[in-house]
Design a protein around this ligand. Structure first.
Ligand code: HPA
Length: 275
């Protein structure tokens, strides 16, 4: 069994060679519907996940598996076009492996996006929600197991898991674009089944505004890695039991596609405004 450090070194030497030693500062995890933003990265080195030693390979429909390193809005970025979910069967070390790669490359800011169900009754499908904080209900933690002090502390603080200055920047970007930015707490369940109405009532009681099956592991590891995080959800549907109708993956994909253009505009504006 190779240690994470050895695996990272091997992945990294492949990535650095392919990316001609580019030094990205900003990481992007492109969730459902936001993948096309990756195609707007210029002077890009595009690397298939499957060619990177020790990199997991994504299996979800609509999630390409590419690492794109290049320039976006004047910043050097590294984007994950396609993410790994716990429900696919990966362990959380695999789910968060791309964040470790970003850490090793020197990324200091991470923007994570996802599709989520709306729990807050003032939300509607198509809304964009700034993630103010999260609740981890995955039943595990990506930092479980031996800690590598080189990668971060044993007990990382999560008081500002989503950086205040980045929330302010996102609010400013949305205002400048005339995009309404909802705000709230994101809760993660492991999935892949959608939640029951009782689970959604439970989540509302404990203070969640949206629910999804991703993001939290990446955000925990980014905090461990001392990377500042901004999280944005596309509310693709109202969560189970909020409306008198069933949920479907098709609805999630449909809404994500409809919101795609303004979501992409917002993320680009945020990147442009980054110091
Ligand atoms: N629940 C969980 N994950 C989701 C949802 C939902 O309602 N919508 C999009 N991802």
């Amino acid at each position: 069994m190779h240690s994470i450090r050895r695996k990272l070194d091997e992945s990294l030497s492949y990535i650095k060679a392919e990316a001609e030693n580019k030094q990205p500062q900003v990481g992007l995890v492109l969730g459902s519907g936001l993948g096309p933003l990756g195609n707007e990265i210029s002077k890009a080195s595009i690397i298939d996940y499957k060619n990177i030693p020790y990199f997991p390979v994504s299996t979800v429909e609509g999630h390409a598996g590419k690492l794109i390193i290049g320039n976006l809005e004047g910043k050097e970025v590294i984007a994950c076009q396609g993410r790994f979910h716990y429900y696919e069967g990966y362990d959380l070390t695999e789910v968060t492996y791309p964040i470790r790669i970003m850490q090793a490359l020197g990324v200091h800011t991470l923007i994570v996006t996802n599709a989520a169900g709306g729990i807050n009754k003032s939300f509607k499908p198509g809304d964009i929600m700034l993630i103010e904080d999260h609740i981890n209900l995955l039943g595990s933690n990506p930092l479980r197991g031996k800690n590598e002090p080189e990668l971060g502390p044993r007990f990382p603080d999560m008081t500002e898991a989503y950086a205040k200055e980045l929330k302010n920047l996102a609010t400013k970007a949305a205002n400048e674009l005339g995009i309404t930015l909802k705000k709230g707490v994101y809760a993660a369940f492991s999935g892949p089944s959608y939640e029951t109405p009782a689970e959604i009532r439970f989540l509302r009681l404990v203070g969640a505004d949206s629910v999804g099956m991703s993001t939290v592991p990446e955000v925990i590891v980014a905090n461990h890695a001392n990377i500042k995080v901004l999280g944005i959800s596309c509310i693709t549907n109202m969560a189970s039991g909020v409306l008198d109708r069933k949920l479907s993956h098709d609805e999630v994909v449909d809404t994500a596609n409809k919101v795609q253009a303004s979501f992409i505009k917002l993320v680009k504006k945020i990147i442009a405004l980054l110091p």
